[in-house]
Design a binder for this molecule. Structure first.
Ligand code: SAH
Length: 257
């Protein structure tokens, strides 16, 4: 082994992908919320091109495809997610309009002003909200929309425990007015924003993980990386239940000017 820490890292990533491949969503959200965010977008027709960035296995992409016209390209870093994405599209007979591609959000495979809509649920944090809004904007047509969901603070002040958790997990978490300001500074009119209801975290995200955790831990009994990973997921869920009054996911919809 030439680089031990690299291979340990790859092993962890494989485990994480395996775990999240077993559930329909890889982040908080719901079909209702996808449809609600889409209701603010009014520029789409059969020849539109939509990108879903950090699409995962495509839970929200398929909802989008069933409620919006045009071509949809899903982009995700992990081939396993993209395989499942394309299988799902084929299962729903959407494969002619909906295609998953392996790629990275910091190096998107689109032409300038090619896109009518950029979608990204629970994924822009990987590049950072401000950087993503700025770097993705050239791919959007003028008058095109961006719709992203992002972890946000609901209050000006928070208990130390949850503040410390997020500082480590994603220091760019911020209040809703500050996020809207960033969106405006990046050259979008913020046309809407709304807080994702709690069932996006519970019914649609944490509940399906109960069974998934059991299966995963049975398969990887005694594998420390797997057990540590699940312990981290459980800790994160417990923090959510304890501090959900202070933070959550917010959908931000902006129009490029
Ligand atoms: N949108 C999906 C997945 C959200 S989880 C949902 O709401 O269910 C975040 C996703 O971002 C994961 O699928 C992860 O593989 C992907 N991701 C992480 N870094 C990425 C990058 N640099 N480029 C593209 N996708 C990335």
């Amino acid at each position: 082994m030439s680089n031990e820490s690299n291979s340990i890292h790859d092993f962890d990533i494989n485990l994480i992908c395996e775990y999240f491949s077993a559930i329909e969503r890889q982040g908080p959200g719901s079909p209702d919320v996808t449809k609600r965010a889409l209701s603010f977008v009014d520029n789409l027709n059969e020849s539109s091109h939509i990108a879903d960035i950090g699409c995962g296995t495509g839970g929200q992409t398929m909802v989008l495809a069933q409620h919006a016209p045009g071509q949809i390209t899903g982009i995700d870093l992990f081939p396993r997610f993209i395989d499942l994405f394309n299988q799902q599209a084929a299962g729903l007979k959407l494969q002619h309009r909906v295609k998953g591609m392996v790629g990275s959000m910091d190096n998107l495979p689109f032409q300038p002003e090619e896109l009518d809509l950029i979608w990204s649920e629970g994924a822009i944090y990987n590049i950072g909200f401000e950087r993503g809004l700025n770097e993705w904007k050239p791919f959007l047509k003028t008058g095109g929309y961006i719709a992203v969901s992002e972890a946000s603070w609901f209050t000006g002040e928070r208990p130390g425990e949850i503040e410390a958790f997020w500082k480590d997990a994603y220091a760019q978490i911020d209040t809703i007015p500050n996020k809207l300001h960033i969106m405006q500074q990046a050259g979008y009119v913020p046309v809407a924003c709304f807080v994702l209801p709690e069932n996006c975290w519970t019914e649609h995200f944490y509940v399906p993980q109960i069974k998934a955790r059991e299966i995963f831990l049975n398969k990887h009994t005694g594998v420390k990386a797997a057990e540590d990973f699940i312990a981290g997921e459980i800790h994160e869920e417990q923090l959510y239940h304890k501090y959900k009054a202070y933070y959550g996911y917010v959908f931000y919809i902006g129009k490029k000017i």
